[in-house]
Design a binder for this molecule. Structure first.
Ligand SMILES: [Zn+2]
Length: 288
């Protein structure tokens, strides 16, 4: 039986401030980014075990190691923040920052704790949309609307607020759905890639891809010491999937490499990771 998991996207109004960040092209200025790349967060009280907290924190550190985004514990006076929730089977996130609002981000064990799934939800929280709903997606994928489960078609609609940030379409993005997502039967193709070799990476949840990293860093206008995808050519890309624990060192800011090589994982934590499986589907619902 195919298990279905919910990835809930609440669409926030545009207009968030990006503080002192500057953008070369105003059209490309994204809303929904956290001011100054500072993402305040808190964990819902009593919902996370010590091990689950360690897994979450390790993934936050991974994102910090490849970007200028910083996750900071919420001080009492700070209203806008991500509140991590651990509600069983629920993988869900709103899109990005909104002033004076709490963003509930659901990473329910045991379904949503795998590296790529956690990162997928957190990237929603940072303001990133699904890759397959980019405005130029019809050049790269064909949507078979008649194969999609009734009532789920909205998951395949182009996101008008999404920005490509001049980066190639990435079939291997951790923000892309798999080819059979929301299939009526569970195994029919709903998203057909123009490049057939993309099947092997579509929907991967091993971890953030190089284009994902570049997009995040352009979204937050990270300095050039972070990877911004300047070497990426072409209009589409099929990311090589790396180990779920590490990307090649060139993606990390040099001083952070040691921090991310966390070989200190406990036996108990390893067991947790290996004994559970992540979601096969990332279902999305927009609250429009
Ligand atoms: Zn999603």
């Amino acid at each position: 039986m195919v298990s279905l998991y919910l990835c809930l996207l609440a669409v926030f109004a545009e207009g968030s401030s990006v503080g002192s960040f500057t953008w070369a092209n105003k059209e490309e200025k994204p809303a929904l980014t956290w001011p100054h790349g500072k993402v305040y967060f808190a964990l819902a009280e009593g919902e996370f075990t010590r091990i689950q907290t360690a897994v979450l924190f390790r993934n936050l550190r991974r994102l910090e190691a490849v970007s200028c985004v910083r996750f900071l514990p919420k001080p009492p006076s700070q209203v806008a923040h991500i509140k991590f929730r651990n509600v069983r089977h629920r993988c869900a996130a709103s899109i990005g920052y909104k002033p004076n609002k709490i963003l509930d981000l659901y990473i329910g064990w045991p379904d949503c704790h795998k590296t790529g799934t956690l990162q997928h939800e957190i990237l929603h929280g940072l303001g990133m949309w699904h890759e397959h709903t980019r405005q130029d997606r019809d050049q790269y994928i064909t949507v078979f609307w008649d194969k999609i489960e009734q009532g789920k078609e909205f998951n395949f609609k182009v996101s008008p607020k999404d920005k490509t940030l001049s980066l190639p379409y990435d079939y291997g993005s951790v923000m892309h759905y798999r080819a059979q997502a929301f299939s009526k039967t569970g195994n029919e193709i709903t998203l057909l890639p123009r490049d057939q070799s993309a099947f092997r990476v579509m929907g991967q949840r091993k971890g953030i891809s190089m284009v994902d990293i570049a997009k995040l860093n352009r979204l937050y206008d990270c300095p050039a010491t972070f990877y911004r995808g300047n070497d990426l050519n072409g209009v589409s890309y099929i990311s090589k999937i790396t180990s779920r624990h590490q990307l090649p060192a060139r993606f990390y800011k040099l001083r952070d490499i040691n921090a991310i090589n966390d070989g200190s994982k406990s036996d108990e934590e390893s067991k947790l990771i290996e004994s559970t499986t992540g979601p096969q589907n990332d279902l999305t619902k927009e609250n429009l």
